[in-house]
Structure formats: structure tokens, C-alpha cells
Design a protein around this ligand. Structure first.
Ligand code: AMP
Ligand code: MN
Ligand code: MN
Length: 346
């Protein structure tokens, strides 16, 4: 692969090989994004709360390019307790991160990554509301656009695919740092190239990224093959009480479960992937109590049920097969409402 063969728009020529997967974002929108970015010396970047590889990776990749263009860049996410999940500690560029209280209150230009709704911007929603211009870069089908400029492609497997385009269009080149950030997004949101969103364009992008010399084996180990010992104990508890009700398999992990082993909330991300293995279930749910006592509900479908619709009805969102929402009620009340919406919508 030669990542730096460009066409007129700055994209590598190889992106043109899959026109059927062409990006629906109009050229005029990309042009406006480039003009906005070109016209600002300071740019504030944000991604969704409790960032995953796609949110943080896309944001940091673009931050690298903006910095190389001589822009002053701040990047953050709006969690009340600001900490990069241990899983993502290997991502380069974290020196560009600031806690939300050091984020400009009313940025002239703010770019928001991987946020399906305004609420997902968390504490930085207030900054976005006061910003003069907000560019929304996202791939959630439910995103109706909340920026002054929306770069949304519901067919993209990851926001990282849009971030890659933005990198090229800004005249940036893939180096190993940028590629590592983008790869983290691509590999996270495609479940290691297993989900149905894994199109030829996804593999093509992966080839461009891997060609920079990044270590896919090390990235995979960082993302999925490491945990503190306490994870095994917390997982054992969660599996001990896993329940199968018709086509629904579900369990929960409380704060108390985690506290016994000093396990941070962000370590729980992979549990849903174990629970959803149950062949008998069409839908899998894991309720994870965060450090504030709110329940973060992870849901997965094997295809026939649209969990994004169920979660949207409960105040969240996501994708057809992977969605979530926040519940402020007990486990029992949360599950009662979830079952009701699931019955109503499937
Ligand atoms: P997760 O189960 O945390 O991996 O989330 C799966 C998908 O659901 C993500 O891609 C998010 O887009 C979406 N999601 C998760 N939590 C929320 C939430 N509280 N509000 C809206 N969407 C969410
Ligand atoms: Mn995400
Ligand atoms: Mn994403």
C-alpha cells in the first residue's frame, strides 16, 4: 500500500475503488469544514463521555494533524470524573488532553467526535452550546445532526473512517501515531472486523493503517487481552447471576461488586461480549453501575431486534445491533422497563 498517492481532493486514490460505498457527506460540507478549520488558530475537540477507542482515537488522530498545521489544540471529554480508560492508555497524543474544567467555555470552533446526541457530549455540552461553530463528526444512524456543520455518515463502520478522510483532506499524512489512533477506532467499532459493518472499505482502510508499521498484535492485546486479576472475580459474579428469559440474556455488575476488587468501571466493557454468546438469546443486556450510582446499560442484538430503537425509547441510542442508555432506577425497575420496550418494539 502507498498511503500517500492522492487524488485532487487529497484522498488516497485507493479510496476511490469502492464507489458503491461512497461517503454521503456532500463535498460542500467537507469544503466548509476545511474553511472553518483554516480560519481558526485555536480549535477545541471533544468526544463522548466514557470514551471508547473510536471516540478517543478519532479525536486524537485529528488533534495530531491540527497540531502539525500549527493550530493550538485542546481535546477533552465531559466526564465528571476525568480519566482515560486504562484500556486506552496506550493511545499516543494524550498530552493534548485537558480536563473539562480547562476546556474553553465558549470556543470559536469546536469539533465533536462519535457523539450520537448532544447529551453524549456530557459536561462539555455547555461549551458546545456556547461555541460559535460546532462540527459534528459521527456515524450513528440516529444522529440527526446538532452541529452548525454535520459530517455524518451512517454507513461508516466507525467515526475513525470519517476522521481518516478529514486527515487527508487537511493535507495530513498517516504516520504511526495517527494510524494507531485510527486503528483503535476501526478495530473497536467493528469488533475486530467481525461485525456486519466490516465492508471492503474497512479492510482497505485497515491496510493503509497497518502499512505505517503499527503493531496490530500489541494493540489487540492492549484492548482485549489484559485485565487486572479482580476482573476475573467480578466477571465470575456477573456470570453467576446471569439470567436467560426467552430470547433475552442479561446480568449486572454493581459498584459494590467492583469495590471489593478495586476494579474501575471502564474495565467492564468486554462483559457484554461474553454474555451475548448465549445461543438461546437474541438480545443481551449488561447493567453496569458507574461511580455515581447510575446504571449504564449495554445492549446487543443478533440482528432481528433493533436495540437502538429500544434504547432510544429509554433515553439512549446507538446502532441496530449495539446500543445503550443510562438508567437512574434500580436493576429490577430498569429491567422491567427494558422488557416492556423490547416487547413493544419487536
Ligand atoms: P456500549 O454498550 O457502551 O459499547 O455502547 C454501544 C453503543 O450504544 C455505542 O456505540 C453508543 O453509541 C451507544 N450508547 C451507549 N451508551 C449510551 C448512552 N448512555 N446514550 C446514548 N447512546 C449510548
Ligand atoms: Mn463510541
Ligand atoms: Mn463509533
Amino acid at each position: 500500500m502507498t498511503p500517500d498517492v492522492r487524488d485532487r481532493t487529497g484522498r488516497p486514490a485507493s479510496l476511490e475503488r469502492f464507489p458503491e460505498e461512497g461517503c454521503p457527506i456532500p463535498e460542500a460540507s467537507w469544503d466548509r469544514a476545511l474553511r472553518l478549520i483554516g480560519g481558526h488558530d485555536e480549535i477545541a475537540l471533544a468526544c463522548h463521555v466514557n470514551p471508547d477507542g473510536d471516540a478517543l482515537g478519532s479525536m486524537l488522530a485529528v488533534a495530531f494533524v491540527l497540531r502539525s498545521m500549527g493550530k493550538r489544540v485542546v481535546a477533552s471529554f465531559g466526564d465528571r470524573i476525568f480519566a482515560v480508560p486504562r484500556l486506552l492508555g496506550f493511545l499516543p497524543g494524550q498530552e493534548m488532553l485537558v480536563p473539562p474544567d480547562e476546556f474553553p467555555e465558549a470556543p470559536d470552533l469546536m469539533i465533536v467526535f462519535d457523539c450520537s446526541t448532544f447529551e453524549r457530549v456530557g459536561l462539555l455540552g455547555a461549551n458546545a452550546a456556547s461555541a460559535r461553530e460546532v462540527i459534528v463528526v459521527d456515524h450513528h444512524p440516529s444522529n440527526t445532526g446538532f452541529g452548525t456543520l454535520d459530517l455524518i455518515d451512517a454507513n461508516a463502520a466507525a467515526t475513525a473512517m470519517l476522521a481518516e478522510q478529514l486527515v487527508y483532506r487537511l493535507g495530513g499524512r498517516l504516520d504511526r501515531d495517527i494510524a494507531t489512533c485510527l486503528y483503535a477506532g476501526l478495530v473497536t467499532d467493528t469488533g475486530s472486523f467481525r461485525y456486519s459493518s466490516t465492508t471492503p472499505a474497512v479492510h482497505h482502510m485497515a491496510a493503509r493503517l497497518v502499512a505505517t508499521g503499527l503493531r496490530t498484535d500489541e494493540i489487540a492485546r492492549e484492548l482485549w487481552d489484559r485485565s487486572p486479576f479482580g476482573y476475573l472475580k467480578v466477571l465470575a459474579n456477573a456470570l453467576e447471576r446471569v439470567t436467560l428469559e426467552g430470547g433475552l440474556v442479561w446480568t449486572y455488575v454493581s459498584r459494590v461488586d467492583r469495590a471489593a476488587y478495586g476494579l474501575p468501571y471502564s474495565e467492564l466493557e468486554g462483559i457484554i461480549d461474553i454474555v451475548r454468546r448465549a445461543d438461546e438469546a437474541e438480545v443481551a443486556v449488561v447493567l453496569k453501575e458507574d461511580d455515581h450510582g447510575d446504571w449504564q446499560v449495554s445492549t446487543r442484538s443478533k440482528g432481528t431486534v433493533d436495540v437502538a430503537a429500544v434504547c432510544a425509547a429509554l433515553g439512549g441510542g446507538g446502532h441496530h445491533n449495539a446500543a445503550g442508555y443510562t438508567s437512574y432506577e434500580t436493576v429490577e425497575e430498569t429491567m422491567a422497563k427494558f422488557r416492556r420496550e423490547l416487547r413493544r418494539l419487536s
